[in-house]
Design a protein around this ligand. Structure first.
Ligand code: DHE
Length: 527
């Protein structure tokens, strides 16, 4: 015992030192790697790649300022498992941690074949699926509601507007979930690259896999066999087998000379062409990647003018899923397709104009003066007076721009209460619905007559609270609007009388997707 006394005295002294040294009193500068290992690694994973919590890499923070990240570390994040660390970490330690997670890792993170394969988990037998839905509702009139507030999704019966199931999704799902052509399965993607397959008959998840470390969106082939995942990190386009999310192919994204690599801005399904169209962030090329078992001949002539050695490497990369490149004047990262998928309108997020690219001619054929940061991904089209028009919201201009698709000339600027994000309609309704989500008037929804191009009604579903993203029932009779708040809701409107029919509570319902409209490629919604 006598020999233990000095030790206990020492421990007592150490304990005291740690108490007085606790939050707020640091002589030496904090060592962020050690702090990360002590406090963050359990949830955010080794090398900051994410585990139960999201990845903490610079790419993960494109939308979060450092001071907001510090607040999250100090106070935790509501609706997630992120606890408050203000009781354990001093202010300078939090600052050091923020700097650490915002800087690129010394060794660039790898996410290749081994990592993707290891990440895949089957949650149910993908081959042994029930033949019929486990509910009486119309499986084609379901809505998949993404609740970004607590990273869940709800399956909503689109006739009775009653929830059928609610389940956890990967953290921070972004972009529209994609449906198998028969509407049986839905696929989600998170900003951290997780893809999840969910069975809409059995109402259960089937599989998940991580295709990248920082991903943009997914697209599904029109035959339902292939999922394409576009990544910012690493610079890859990843093909997954849609049946069980097993890896089919990783396509490194490099320019035609094989020299410069690029992030993928987005990948789109071009169903009539049996191909994916890919927007690239860092190189002035547009890619079309064929999943056709017999791709058109023009896809095979893609290897040209490479330096010796590189030619072979790229040729083998394109043995399956061949790539056809269209050279552009500048990178384009947001696309709108005409219904035939022969032409697309593309814009750069930092540009002041848009271009029309003809996918068969493989060059830019027209320029459009669209200065208000058009959100082309949310564009829609319809027939007006015998001519097809397209309309796009603008992220930086309080207006909806309407364009004649024969001449590619703007024909109307419909002034709104503020810059908006989404625009929606349906074949069976005379109206298009637009929000003002990017403005202080984010509680406003405008209902626009598709013939006169006038605003016929301005709705405020919940005054003072954000309202955005509209989706219609399969018959177009009802329009569902999100109240985009933690204690939010979906407000169901009669799409003809514009009267409220029902209000259903949801946790920040970011988007909702009707199975029928999505799988039938309704012209009033995104695909
Ligand atoms: Fe999105 C779709 C890109 C910010 C909510 N967003 C898309 C798509 C792209 C895109 C390319 C089409 C993918 C698809 O559906 O397959 N989004 C971008 C951006 O570049 C941008 C401006 C910056 C960024 O964060 O990357 C951006 N997006 C946002 C948001 O801040 C939103 C409002 C909230 C969030 O969840 O991050 C947001 N984006 C959405 C939604 C869709 C979407 C709800 C699906 C729309 C649909 O109905 O199909």
């Amino acid at each position: 015992m006598a020999r233990l006394r000095p030790l206990s005295a020492l421990l007592g002294a150490l304990l005291w030192l740690s108490v007085i040294a606790a939050p707020g009193a640091h002589a030496a500068s904090p060592e962020p790697e050690k702090l990360y290992d002590a406090h963050c690694i359990a949830c955010h994973g080794a090398k900051r790649l994410g585990a139960t919590g999201p990845a903490l890499l610079p790419e993960s923070f494109a939308r979060l300022q450092k001071r907001d990240a510090a607040t999250v570390i100090a106070n935790g994040r509501k609706g997630t498992q992120m606890p408050a660390f203000s009781g354990q970490l001093a202010a300078d330690e939090i600052t050091a941690l923020v700097e650490f997670i915002y800087s690129a890792p010394a060794v660039p993170p790898v996410w290749g074949e081994a990592e993707i394969k290891d990440s895949r988990r089957l949650l149910a037998d993908p081959l042994n699926r029930p033949a019929k839905p486990r509910y009486a509702a119309d499986p084609l009139n379901l809505f998949v509601v993404v609740e970004s507030g607590d990273h869940h999704a709800t399956i909503l019966d689109g006739d009775r507007f009653e929830p059928l199931a609610r389940f956890a999704t990967p953290y921070a799902v972004h972009g529209g979930p994609k449906f198998s052509p028969d509407g049986r399965y839905v696929y989600f993607m998170s900003r951290d690259g997780w893809v999840m397959k969910y069975d809409l008959y059995a109402l259960e998840p089937v599989a998940e896999a991580r295709a990248g470390l920082n991903s943009r969106n997914i697209a599904i082939s029109d035959d339902g066999r292939v999922l394409a995942v576009g990544n910012y990190l690493p610079h890859t386009l990843v093909m997954l087998d849609a049946s069980d999310l097993s890896l089919l192919k990783i396509i490194p994204v490099r320019d035609a000379r094989g020299k410069t690599s690029s992030r993928v801005s987005a990948v789109y399904q071009a169903a009539p062409r049996h191909s994916f169209v890919v927007a690239l962030k860092d190189i002035p090329e547009l890619w079309e990647v064929s999943y056709d078992p017999k791709p058109p001949k023009t896809f095979s002539g893609l290897v040209h003018s490479y330096e010796k050695g590189m030619e072979e490497a790229i040729a083998s990369e394109t043995a399956s899923f061949p790539i056809r490149r269209t050279e552009l004047k500048q990178p384009l990262d947001d696309f709108f397709f005409d219904p035939s998928y022969r032409q697309l309108v593309g814009s750069a997020r930092d540009g002041d104009h848009a271009v029309v690219v003809h996918l068969d001619v493989r060059r830019e054929i027209a320029e459009l003066a669209l200065a208000g940061l058009p959100h082309l991904g949310s564009g829609i089209s319809w027939m007006r007076g015998g001519r097809r028009v397209m309309a796009t919201p603008n992220l930086g201009d309080a207006a909806i721009t309407v364009i004649d698709m024969a001449t590619w000339q703007p024909i109307r600027r419909i002034e709104t209460s503020g810059p908006g994000f989404f625009l929606r309609s349906h074949e069976n309704t005379p109206y298009a619905w637009a929000d003002s989500f990017n403005s202080p008037n984010r509680d406003v929804i405008h209902v626009i007559d598709k013939e006169t191009l006038e605003i016929v009604r301005t709705l405020r579903p919940a005054p003072g609270r954000a309202a955005a993203h509209v989706e219609f029932t399969r018959d177009g009779r009802f329009a569902l609007v999100s109240i985009w708040e933690m204690d939010g809701a979906i407000v169901v409107y009669d799409a003809a009388t514009l009267e409220e029919v029902k209000r259903i509570p949801f946790v920040k319902p970011a988007g909702k997707y009707n199975v029928y409209n999505k799988t039938r490629l309704s012209e009033g919604t995104s695909h």
